[in-house]
Design a binder for this molecule. Structure first.
Ligand SMILES: Nc1ncnc2c1ncn2[C@@H]1O[C@H](COP(=O)(O)OP(=O)(O)OP(=O)(O)O)[C@@H](O)[C@H]1O
Length: 251
């Protein structure tokens, strides 16, 4: 066991040409906790995920997964990282089990071991009876659960989810959040959940508010409300990022 946080981002900046997408961003997502990365469209959430997953190289600063620097020790860092991207990435024509086995193979987990892990995860997400079906036949919420199961196949200690509830109905959103929180409680994974929906955040969560590529707030929900001078998360967030706006929600 390590005492390093699931994720540490230290003074990271990233630009696309002249446009600064991230400007001196630092944050921590502890192990065994839910941290919401709250930000409106264009805040820089996806860019940050792309840097953590090494889709882009971090131009400046440092990113560590459970203490492993993603640039200097990429294989150790990536082995501890599971990710669910905003766009769906399952192969619709393959079965649920084939999708999971394919991903397990990419992590060097083969045959019986892969099937065993996949079955256990599908069981956990209430999808054991769908293993042999093509992904195309699943609902949006079920596909998201398969993607989370896939992200967990290699036993990561950090799970990144980029706006995972987009396009889901209210029941599926709640179920996905509940399952993610159960994972944290049972397995102790650290979760960084990117969202613009303030109602996905609970009182005990960590919050990092990103605005125009900068961290506008980092701390707990009570601290966000105190700093924003409002009793609800949406109003507090808006007060911090758009001081001119007096009411409303981040969504
Ligand atoms: N590949 C790219 N090329 C140029 N600019 C980009 C690219 N990707 C993102 N950007 C810009 O960087 C900024 C941050 O975008 P990013 O996608 O990280 O935001 P986001 O918080 O994920 O937004 P959303 O909630 O809309 O997904 C935006 O100004 C965006 O236009």
């Amino acid at each position: 066991m390590t005492s390093a946080p699931a994720l540490e981002v230290e003074r990271v900046s990233h630009a696309f040409g002249a446009r600064k997408a991230l400007d001196d961003v630092s944050l921590v997502a502890p192990s065994g906790a839910f941290t919401a990365l709250l930000g409106q469209n264009g805040a820089g959430k996806t860019t940050l995920f792309s840097l953590v997953t090494r889709l882009y190289q971090n131009a400046s600063g440092a990113i560590r997964v459970e203490g492993f620097d993603v640039r200097r020790t990429p294989s150790q860092a990536l082995a501890r990282l599971g990710v669910v991207f905003q766009a769906r990435t399952l192969d619709l024509e393959l079965t649920v089990m084939q999708n999971l086995q394919y991903h397990a193979a990419l992590h060097g987990i083969g045959g019986r071991e892969a099937r065993g892990r996949a079955r256990a995860l599908l069981e956990r997400f209430g999808l054991a009876d769908r293993a042999g079906e093509r992904v195309r036949s699943l609902s949006g919420g079920q596909m998201r659960r398969v993607e989370i199961a896939r992200a967990l196949l290699h036993g990561p200690s950090l799970l990144l989810l980029d706006e995972p509830t987009v396009g889901l109905d209210i029941g599926s959103r709640r179920a996905l959040l509940a399952e993610t929180r159960r994972l944290i409680a049972e397995d102790g994974v650290g979760v960084l959940w990117a969202t613009h929906l303030v109602d996905e955040i609970e009182a005990a969560d960590g919050v990092v508010a990103l605005h125009q590529g900068r961290v506008a707030f980092s701390g707990d929900v009570a601290g966000l409300k105190a700093q924003g001078g409002a009793d609800d998360v949406g109003a507090a967030f808006l007060a911090l990022v758009e001081p001119g706006a007096s009411r409303g929600h981040a969504a």
